[in-house]
Design a binder for this molecule. Structure first.
Ligand SMILES: Nc1ncnc2c1ncn2[C@@H]1O[C@H](COP(=O)(O)OP(=O)(O)OP(=O)(O)O)[C@@H](O)[C@H]1O
Ligand SMILES: [Mg+2]
Length: 352
């Protein structure tokens, strides 16, 4: 969506605040094959609140990742998330054609977007007619132009050719679409928890009916560990990955991590309650958990327990063939972090 700036087969690049993730897929006879993937850690001060603070170092990291990669593909699909720069809203409008809405979207969107309408890039998707005759549901998307431009500039400076700028939660929906059977009338929650953001998206019949981004993430685990044990950022990150750190046992680390999880769990439960309250208490069948936070031992069961909903760790490569050169042991370990990148890698020029 939003922008089409080049041609053909592309690298999906998820630029998160703590890791850049890239995925390259090959499509043949309606199925996907994984050609390559990569994960590259970033210093935590390069991207803050979804905004690029140190573009030079981010460009260097991207260049390094490209250099390592075995592909000559320069076309890239990137994404943006974050409640401070992206607005996604389901709105009801009088029935009209796609062309008509293209003409009037700016006018229609104005009352729903808390920024100057000229400062955002707008897009929409018509969800089909409502029960009320003459009305239709539309997903409205508004992204701050300056944020899109920050990301585009960085990606171009790194030598890539960005062809689409997507939204994290839409990428997750695409990832879900290829890997999971759509269960009629069930509400499925896609929950992506990274270092500094939560993207929640609720799907019904495979279509998004609710999205919410919040600026909480697994950084709160890192910060708690740093505070509690007086550690550097790097050592706290090591502890999260289960690696040994001097003078701190995994058991003590786990206690601190679980206490810090409370804030995230409360936020999740609050969002689910909000969804239920706006939909006459619809039942939610399942939560699919992705993002680095899903790798914390026990986190998935904490979510299941607190939400009271069956929760599974996302398998973004479930239905994707792996080419021979893929390190499938490593892939398995980090798979939940790659969910957004997989969704991005599925996008093709000309998609909406
Ligand atoms: N093996 C692991 N065990 C536990 N936590 C991990 C592991 N690997 C990464 N993490 C944590 O996951 C987070 C990174 O996840 P992810 O890559 O999904 O975030 P991001 O996309 O960079 O961030 P965001 O989208 O929030 O800006 C970090 O907080 C990191 O500490
Ligand atoms: Mg992320």
């Amino acid at each position: 969506m939003l922008m089409f700036l080049g041609t053909k087969n592309a690298l999906g690049i998820d630029i998160g605040s703590s890791y850049i993730k890239s995925v390259l897929l090959k499509e043949a006879k309606g199925s996907y094959e994984l050609e390559q993937f990569d994960l590259h850690s970033l210093s935590p001060e390069l991207i803050v609140d979804g905004s690029i603070i140190d573009s030079l170092r981010l460009i260097d990291s991207l260049k390094e990742m490209i250099k390592k990669s075995r592909t000559s593909t320069k076309n890239a699909v990137i994404s943006i998330s974050g409640h401070s720069s992206v607005i996604i809203k389901k709105i009801t409008l009088p029935e009209m054609s796609e062309e008509e809405l293209s003409e009037s979207i700016k006018f229609e969107a104005e009352q729903y977007v808390p920024f100057d309408i000229d400062d955002v890039s707008l897009d929409f998707q018509i969800l089909g007619p409502k029960e009320d005759p003459g009305q239709m549901d539309v997903i409205l998307v508004a992204v701050k132009k300056d944020v899109i431009n920050e990301y585009l500039t960085v990606v171009k400076e790194a030598g890539l050719n960005p062809i689409i700028v997507d939204i994290d939660s839409f990428a997750l929906e695409n990832m879900y679409g290829i890997n999971y059977e759509i269960e009629p009338d069930k509400n499925i929650v896609l929950l992506n928890i990274g270092a500094s953001a939560i993207n929640m998206s609720i799907l019904k019949n495979g279509v998004s009916v609710f999205t919410r981004d919040s600026s909480l993430g697994s950084n709160i685990h890192t910060e708690s560990l740093q505070r509690e044990f007086n550690l550097s950022y790097e050592n706290a990150e090591r502890l999260k990955r289960g690696e040994p750190v001097e003078n701190v046992t995994q058991e003590n680390a786990q206690t601190v991590i679980e206490a810090a999880s409370e804030e995230i769990l409360t936020e999740i439960v609050r969002s689910l309650d909000y969804y239920r309250s706006t939909t006459l208490q619809e039942e939610i069948s399942e939560i699919i958990l992705s993002g680095g936070c899903a790798l914390l031992p026990n986190f998935v069961s904490l979510v299941a327990e607190r939400a009271g909903i069956e929760t599974k760790i996302a398998e973004p490569f479930k239905n994707i063939k792996k080419s021979r050169q893929i390190d499938s042991v490593y892939l398995e370990e980090i798979a939940p972090m790659m969910a957004v990148a997989v969704g991005l890698a599925m996008r093709k020029q000309g998609d909406r």
